[in-house]
Design a protein around this ligand. Structure first.
Ligand code: DP6
Length: 333
């Protein structure tokens, strides 16, 4: 590898419709269950990796030196890339998000998908999409899905080396047009990483085994509903998967309570909107924001209703977006 190779990639976060919450192997981040997500067009992470031959990897996040924890997590992914490329020497990683970092908006998903592509290209490697998904998974479980656009399915896999644990495109937006509204209820960073939270859940939630054993059927039902273009079924299953995951979180010791007053208010409002005949369903991740799934042709009415809920700071509207892509490449051999 030259001492001047760099590459820049853009990736979009994704929102899981059937949630991933639990590993069968923590070190390789092998999921205990498959999951299904949509990639969001309106939000993005842009990451530039430059192998500059420094002693240590450096991480600049949104223009500032990142925490030591974030730097080490990045360095571990770069170690995998250096291993594959037979390369040495540190990298400078500069990453910019156009949305709040670590507030339940899946910045790790877009961040590690962009990092996996930019770092491998900067190192002179040209991985196929499947290998890229496997690499991104080792940085963040949900990042394996942000490699692809539209509707995406992550496979649990059976192997202990993780080579069958990757994401794949499931359907394009034309199979089922969807709009996602992110109701932002709090802007700060979250306290605990999802990986730590799910490990605690496995160790302490009395509902854990039921959660894991029900996941395969949930994935199968969701896949069939997406492919059938059945929005009502997709919405109902997504809301169900989210509420089941939060039941596991609430029954974890110590309890993981991501619901805020405003989150609960949005959930109740959306359920009331359905009674009024509007297509709207909620999902949430390990943070206070609520994502509302709706149909693009009815979204104006849903937007007006959700914006009016007390405690909603702002609404981000998104359609489905593309997978990770390279935006610039500069290898001076
Ligand atoms: C709740 O392991 O991908 O978003 O610790 O931030 O890397 P990080 O998260 P990750 O877990 C994501 C869990 C989830 C549900 C999901 O996206 O499937």
């Amino acid at each position: 590898m030259s001492s001047m190779s760099n590459a820049t990639a853009i990736a979009h976060p994704n929102i899981a419709l059937v949630k991933y919450w639990g590993n069968r192997d923590d070190r390789l981040r092998l999921p205990a269950m498959g999951s299904i997500s949509v990639t969001l067009a309106a939000l993005s992470t842009r990451t530039r990796v430059s192998f500059d031959g420094g002693d240590e990897d450096r991480l600049i996040l949104n223009g500032q030196a990142a925490s030591e924890e974030a730097r080490q997590r990045t360095a571990r992914l770069l170690d995998l890339v250096r291993g594959m490329a037979g390369a040495r020497g540190g990298a400078l990683v500069e990453s910019v998000n156009d949305f709040p970092t670590a507030a339940g908006l899946a910045s790790s998903a877009s961040g590690f998908a962009a990092l996996a592509l930019a770092a491998t290209r900067a190192a002179g490697l040209d991985l196929g999409p499947r290998e890229l998904s496997i690499l991104a998974r080792q940085g963040s479980g949900s990042a394996a899905r942000s490699v692809f656009g539209g509707y995406v399915e992550m496979h649990r896999g059976e192997r202990s080396d993780g080579l069958d644990s990757f994401a794949e495109p499931l359907a394009s937006e034309s199979a089922l047009p969807l709009e996602v509204l992110v109701a932002v209820t709090e802007e700060g960073p979250k306290e605990r990483s999802s990986q730590d939270g799910m490990a605690l859940g496995r160790a302490s939630s009395p509902f854990w085994d039921a959660w894991v054993s029900g996941a395969e059927a949930d994935v199968g039902r969701m896949r069939a509903s997406i492919l059938a273009g059945d929005l009502a079924q997709v919405g109902a299953l997504a809301e169900e998967s989210c509420l089941k995951m939060h039941a596991v979180m609430l029954s974890t010791r110590p309890a993981l309570i991501y619901l805020r007053e405003a989150s609960v208010a949005v959930i109740l409002r959306v359920r009331a909107l359905r009674k009024e005949g509007l297509p709207a369903w909620i999902t949430m991740d390990a943070g206070p924001q609520v994502k509302v799934l709706t149909s693009p042709d009815r979204s104006a009415e849903v937007v007006a209703a959700v914006e009016a809920v007390p405690g909603v700071l702002r609404l981000i509207r998104s359609g489905l977006g593309p997978g990770v892509a390279l935006v610039a490449r500069d290898r001076t051999a």
